[in-house]
Ligand binder design. Structure first.
Ligand SMILES: [Ca+2]
Length: 200
């Protein structure tokens, strides 16, 4: 039978003999500390070795967004997603209509020549890709509207910034009406727009 009582002291003795040799075999390595100056930055920055995700975004004009902060008028909204979210300058907030059709009228507070309407969702990829059917009309008096872009399915995809732009022949407008008639999104029963932007 195996004698554990003898084996254990023998094992301890072997370990005791080995420990000094292990300690003697260790190589002393000096600790090296390199101080690197922190870059001067006040906001998160993307290292140049990472691709810029906005490079593939649908480009928008650098010009003034004529819609931002203007009075808006729309039908019933869903939950807390009020109409004024549509032009508060942030894609973190959005307007959602309570069903279709949904009309959003933006008062430009004066007559402007307009040729582009952009509709943006939050650019985050958690927003499912979808198509929304959208048309654009313009008016000088807020009552009589003329169509400048017919209803068409417009594709929203996070890869291109979750935004679309509708370009049309320049028209004089004091009011712009954006009409939503359909969506392919599965998690909403209405139109969604984080920002509607209008450019000359
Ligand atoms: Ca917004």
């Amino acid at each position: 039978m195996y004698n554990f009582r003898r084996a254990i002291p023998a094992g301890l003795l072997t370990l005791a003999l080995l420990l000094p040799s292990l300690a003697w075999g260790e190589e002393k390595i000096d600790t090296i500390v390199i101080f690197v100056a922190a870059p001067e930055q006040t906001a998160p920055e993307r290292p140049s070795c990472f691709p810029d995700p906005t490079a593939d975004y649908i480009p928008l004009q650098e010009a003034e967004n004529l819609a931002e902060g203007r009075p808006v008028q729309a039908g019933k909204h869903a939950d807390v997603y009020v109409a004024s979210n549509v032009n508060d300058g942030s894609t973190d907030t959005y307007w959602e209509s309570d069903g279709f059709p949904a009309e959003m009228v933006i008062d430009l507070e004066g007559t402007h020549s307009v040729s582009t309407v952009a509709v943006c969702l939050n650019p985050s990829a958690i927003w499912e890709p979808r198509s929304q059917e959208i048309a654009v009309q313009v008016s000088l008096d807020g009552e009589n509207f003329t169509e400048v872009a017919p209803a068409a399915m417009r594709d929203f995809d996070a890869a291109t910034g979750n935004r679309i732009r509708i370009d049309f022949e320049a028209a004089e407008a004091a009011y712009v009406k954006v009409i939503f008639t359909k969506t392919t999104a599965s998690r909403t029963m209405g139109a969604q727009a984080a920002e509607i932007m209008i450019f000359e």
